[in-house]
Write a protein that binds this ligand. Structure first.
Ligand code: HEM
Length: 156
């Protein structure tokens, strides 16, 4: 089991870039669609699809890390009280996991709402709003150092 930790952490780390890139595609194409009054394109549909797909992958990998493989969260779950007093342990055990799960739920709900919109303008607006809300939450929880926790941008 221990030998799976490192490859899954590498995958989880790289997949963050895929998530950020697909979110950017959705946001830029929705803003462009709204301002140019163009139709909801296949590119936009595919970008939103891959945004949700990479998020689900991240959620699955994150849950496996959280409950099975990560020594950081295993230690935190063994003594939750002590973990709450340590800001790094609390970040991984509570903030990173909880906020990201909420963000994935928001993005998924947003994608369903977007599909149900009957006009192109409605689809652009919905894709834009829900993707911005979810990616802001996700971005804040990426360990870039903003929350006091920093990890490599590119892990090998
Ligand atoms: C959905 C968006 C998410 C993004 C963008 C994201 C991103 C990241 C990044 C960049 C790392 C650091 C990887 C490294 O050290 O190189 C990480 C670690 C981790 N993430 Fe996530 N994550 C997400 C969701 C989740 C979820 C939903 C969970 C749990 C339910 C989770 C649990 C973890 C755990 C346990 C670690 C490793 C802590 C350790 O052992 O050092 N992640 N995540």
């Amino acid at each position: 089991m221990d030998s799976l930790y490192s490859p899954l952490l590498v995958l989880h780390s790289w997949n963050r870039w895929a998530i950020l890139i697909f979110a950017l595609f959705v946001i830029v194409s929705s803003v462009s669609g709204l301002s140019r009054k163009t139709g909801y394109s296949v590119f936009q549909k595919k970008s939103l699809f891959y945004y949700i797909l990479t998020l689900h992958l991240q959620l699955l990998g994150g849950l496996i890390l959280y409950f099975v493989l990560s020594p950081v969260t295993t230690m935190a779950l063994n003594d939750f009280g002590a973990a709450m007093k340590d800001s790094t342990a609390r970040f991984w055990a509570v903030e990173h996991a909880f906020v990201n799960v909420v963000a994935v739920v928001i993005a998924q709900a947003g994608s369903i709402i977007t599909k149900r919109k009957s006009t192109d303008r409605g689809k652009h607006r919905s894709a834009l709003i829900w993707t911005v809300i979810s990616i802001v939450l996700i971005f804040a929880m990426i360990p870039f150092g903003m929350m006091g926790v920093e990890r490599p941008w590119f892990r090998f």
